[in-house]
Design a protein. Structure first.
Length: 169
């Protein structure tokens, strides 16, 4: 007797198609989660790199500039003002002299922070590109106060940073 039972006849085409559609939806869902997680990881790595550069510049600026004599500090609005020795209380170029007579010259060139000492050695402490560098000077109760602000740029991310330094007399 060749009697087939109805329970062993397999899957119908509709059941197979609906199972494949459900599987495809699950695979696409997991794939999009993986892609989004990878993008977030990339963005986080970029932000961590910018934060690291911020710490390096902060330490570099604080270490060098807090030892400068406040009366030696000169801020120039731009290279033309520096050439004509026209100082300002706000600008993009800073020149200061350390207690041991080391001259520090800071400026922005081609989105790079250039830190030049009197021995003509140029230091570039970070890899990030920099924009909108601004030095602002004001007089506090006792000392001169220097505000430094800039934007650190990496890929398409930007981190705005600012410091306030009290310079010695």
């Amino acid at each position: 007797m060749n009697i087939r039972s109805r329970n062993n006849r397999g899957f119908s085409l509709v059941e197979l198609t609906s199972a494949m559609v459900a599987s495809a939806i699950l695979v696409l869902g997991f794939g999009s989660v993986i892609v989004m997680s990878r993008q977030q990881l990339t963005d986080t790595n970029t932000r961590v790199g910018l934060g690291y550069d911020q710490v390096i510049i902060d330490r570099y600026v604080r270490t060098k500039l807090t030892s400068t004599v406040s009366d030696s500090m000169r801020i120039y609005a731009d290279s033309t003002a520096e050439a004509s020795n026209t100082t300002s209380t706000s600008g993009t170029i800073l020149r200061a002299v350390d207690a041991d007579s080391t001259i520090y010259h800071l400026k922005l060139a081609n989105n790079t922070l250039l830190w030049v000492t009197d021995d003509s050695v140029t230091h570039n402490p970070v890899d990030s590109r920099i924009s909108d560098l601004l030095f602002t000077e004001r007089v506090g109760n006792i000392n001169k106060i220097l505000n430094v602000s800039m934007n650190l740029i990496s890929d398409e991310d930007t981190l705005a940073v600012a410091w306030t330094l009290t310079l010695r007399n």
